[in-house]
Ligand binder design. Structure first.
Ligand SMILES: *[C@@H]1O[C@H](CO)[C@@H](O)[C@H](O)[C@H]1NC(C)=O
Ligand SMILES: *[C@@H]1O[C@H](CO)[C@@H](O)[C@H](O)[C@H]1NC(C)=O
Ligand SMILES: *[C@@H]1O[C@H](CO)[C@@H](O)[C@H](O)[C@H]1NC(C)=O
Length: 259
């Protein structure tokens, strides 16, 4: 070891400080914003904002919404103009069941809290989709309970329909069956119906780690999904930080070893 002059020591310290500063800067620059984002879909707004008169079941999102009042009104109609999708493709869907699909539509169109689960897609009608949004157990279980005695012909409602009439009809080789036969479990239903947009979990409402399509605001209640999104956003960012941090710590070591 060559004895170091005090000036060497000072310059080494400065170099190290610079390194730490750089590490911090890179970690900050590396963090992705997942909060307050609207899906780049067919009807969503570009940025979320307040909507004074959201319709019916979509009102919980009015403080900060990705849907317009028009979209929220359409979301409540049978075979709405949003996607021309017909809930009544195997006879009339009961209102008890349909209200969950309306709530799901409000959630998809209006929620600014889907950032961590947005994925790019190659599709004619949208640039992005949601994938594996962790749904609270009660949300999925009640949806399935209220719909299991309805009828459907398809286990993935995103594809495979006969659209020649302008709305989705069952293909001739797909007979209508009890929904509980098409989807034997609640998990099966919530995950498959929209091709894995949702992920079934055993986490409970209010746990802060799963999403609710149903919630009340007002009386001091806030949208519980904001905290859930923050939780997963921090997790994703800290995983990214660990990778970059490791790289930044290892790279100089490798350099030192090389010289
Ligand atoms: C909203 O709907 C009304 C009719 O209900 C229509 O006149 C208007 O153009 C729509 N606005 C947007 C932004 O789509
Ligand atoms: C939505 O709001 C716009 C402007 O405030 C209004 O003209 C329109 O009629 C509303 N649409 C519905 C469906 O309420
Ligand atoms: C699609 O629906 C049309 C009528 O709307 C029907 O004539 C045709 O046979 C159907 N095709 C399939 C594959 O189900």
């Amino acid at each position: 070891m060559v004895p170091r002059a005090p000036s060497d020591c000072l310059s080494l310290s400065i170099t190290m400080l610079r390194g730490v500063l750089l590490l911090g800067l890179v970690l900050c620059a590396n963090s992705v914003n997942y909060m307050d984002i609207c899906l780049n879909g067919k009807h969503q707004k570009v940025v979320p904002g307040p909507e004074d008169v959201l319709h019916g079941q979509c009102t919980p999102w009015k403080e900060k919404s990705c849907c317009t009042n028009n979209t929220s009104a359409e979301a409540h109609k049978d075979q709405s103009l949003l996607y021309n999708f017909n809930w009544n493709h195997c006879g009339t869907m009961s209102d008890t069941c349909k209200k969950h699909f309306i709530q799901d539509t409000c959630f998809y169109e209006c929620s600014p809290n889907l950032g961590p689960w947005i994925q790019k897609v190659d599709s004619s009608w949208r640039r992005e989709r949601i994938l594996d949004v962790p749904l609270c157990q009660e949300e999925c279980d009640t949806w399935y309970r209220d719909c299991r005695l309805q009828y459907t012909c398809m286990d993935n409602w995103h594809t495979g329909w006969n659209w020649t009439s302008g709305t989705n009809q069952c293909p001739t080789d797909k007979p209508c069956r009890l929904l509980a036969d098409v989807f034997p479990t609640a998990k099966d239903f919530c995950e498959k119906v929209w091709s894995n947009s949702y992920k079934y979990t055993t986490m409970k409402r209010g746990s802060g780690q799963c999403m609710q399509i149903w919630f009340d605001v007002g009386n001091g209640n806030v949208n519980p999904n904001v905290a859930v999104t923050k939780y997963y956003a921090d997790k994703l960012n800290s995983a990214g930080d660990t990778r970059v941090g490791l790289l930044l710590v290892l790279a100089p070591l490798v350099l030192l070893w090389a010289i």
